[in-house]
Design a protein around this ligand. Structure first.
Ligand code: PLP
Length: 402
């Protein structure tokens, strides 16, 4: 047992490893069994029933079948819950699978189907909600508009802060108060548990696309929701039925990555702060979207967030044409979607991550999003400076038609 009052950095290294000494191992074990030997029909059946209800295996009945439960995944879940200050967490095969389960668990089990969503949101989330695929009726609103948009049949409120891709900050506590007991789900992907713990501010569910900072190395697709035991059981019931589980190898990589999450986030943030300040004086940049740069009207820095993070968006004076040149001229940055890894990425939200978003809510075509990694900040600035000065290339086709 690890002592309960450790600081975050110690929790990141030790959480979810409580049974390792007893097992006689030092590194996290990976259990790849898809099925498990049953002791006898009765206890096997009891275990099956406990897990289908969203619980853990019966002590003598074993794990039965890996769609119901897996010890490698369970260790990661307990570590992440510790870091998010919640009783439990439930891991999924992707951030979108986690979002789907959260919507199904709150709407289907309550018989309510109205969902409020504070824009802006990640393009995939916006698309899932707008599509009505899950039988929900979704109303998009602003954070200030939540109280007025609430209905007796509202099952869930979804928000993201800092939001993808504009880095808008939402006051979590204010939305929770306006929600009058309706559960609020906060997508905490950008902030990570290192910079923000929404459960401490009243959020009922804290979602991560674990693909991003939690994984941190661009080699896992995963999602996770931190919440109380009761909601976790509801999410596991949905997961067991829909099968959107996290593979144990993915859980192993995520759990291994948690140990370095605090230092990665702080080092990437230190780089981003320097780069954001430099970009705000750059002649090609009309506006820098980075927490704190345009002021902090709700006073959320320090109160809600322990730091400003490592995601930056910029509006280019040269509009879409310059975005095209910038993204195709970078060398150290990789032109790719996703974010949060040790290497820096650049992408154009309106054309890519936010492509499915309705035109009235789609990001500006002059906006480019940067995920700052662990490279030397001067190398990153030099790369951006060079690519921002890239000359306009003439289009051979256009010449041809002239
Ligand atoms: C990427 C992302 C998601 C979706 O996660 P996947 O792991 O790609 O399914 C959800 N929310 C935010 C903020 C994201 O950046």
């Amino acid at each position: 047992m690890i002592p309960p009052l450790l600081q975050l950095d110690s929790v990141a290294v030790h959480a979810g490893r409580e049974d390792l000494v007893e097992l006689g191992v030092h590194a996290l074990p990976i259990d790849l069994s898809s099925t498990n030997p049953l002791p006898d029909i009765e206890t096997g059946g009891l275990s099956y029933e406990a897990m289908a209800g969203g619980g853990t295996p019966h002590p003598e009945g074993g794990a039965v079948y890996a769609r119901l439960w897996n010890p490698t995944v369970a260790r990661f879940e307990s570590a992440l819950a510790r870091m998010e200050h919640t009783e439990d967490s439930v891991a999924f095969s992707s951030g979108m699978a986690a979002m789907t389960a959260a919507i199904l668990a709150t709407t289907r089990e309550s018989g309510r189907h109205h969902v409020l969503a504070v824009r802006p949101l990640y393009g995939g989330t916006d698309h899932l909600l707008a599509s009505g695929l899950l039988g929900t009726e979704v109303r998009f609103c602003t954070a200030e508009g939540v109280a007025a948009a609430l209905r007796p049949d509202t099952a869930l409120i979804i928000l993201e802060t800092p939001a993808n891709p504009t880095l808008d900050l939402v006051d979590i506590r204010a939305v929770v108060e306006a929600a009058r007991g309706v559960p609020v789900l906060v997508d905490n992907t950008f902030a990570t548990p290192i910079l923000q713990n929404p459960a401490d501010l009243g959020a009922a569910m804290v979602l991560h696309s674990a693909t991003k900072y939690l994984g941190g190395h661009g080699d896992v697709i995963a999602g996770v929701i931190a919440c109380d035991r009761e909601r976790a059981a509801a999410l596991r019931r949905v997961r067991a039925v829909t099968g959107a589980l996290l593979h144990p190898l993915g859980a192993y990589l995520l759990h291994r990555g948690l140990a370095t999450l605090p230092i990665r986030v702080r080092a990437q943030q230190a780089n981003a702060q320097r780069i954001a300040a430099w970009l705000s004086t750059h002649p090609s940049v009309a506006r820098v979207h980075y927490p704190g740069i345009a002021g902090d009207p709700h006073g959320l820095l320090g109160r809600q967030m322990k730091g400003t993070g490592a995601m930056i968006s910029i509006d280019l004076r040269g509009g879409f044409e310059q975005a095209r040149r910038l993204t195709s001229s970078v060398g150290l940055f990789t032109h790719a979607v996703s974010l949060g890894g040790v290497d820096s990425l650049i992408q154009h939200p309106a054309a890519l991550t936010h492509r499915p978003v309705a035109s009235e809510a789609r990001p500006a075509s002059s906006l480019v999003r940067l995920s700052i990694g662990l490279e030397d900040h001067e190398d990153l600035m030099a790369d951006l400076d060079r690519a921002l000065a890239a000359p306009r290339v003439s289009h051979p086709l256009r010449h041809h038609h002239r």
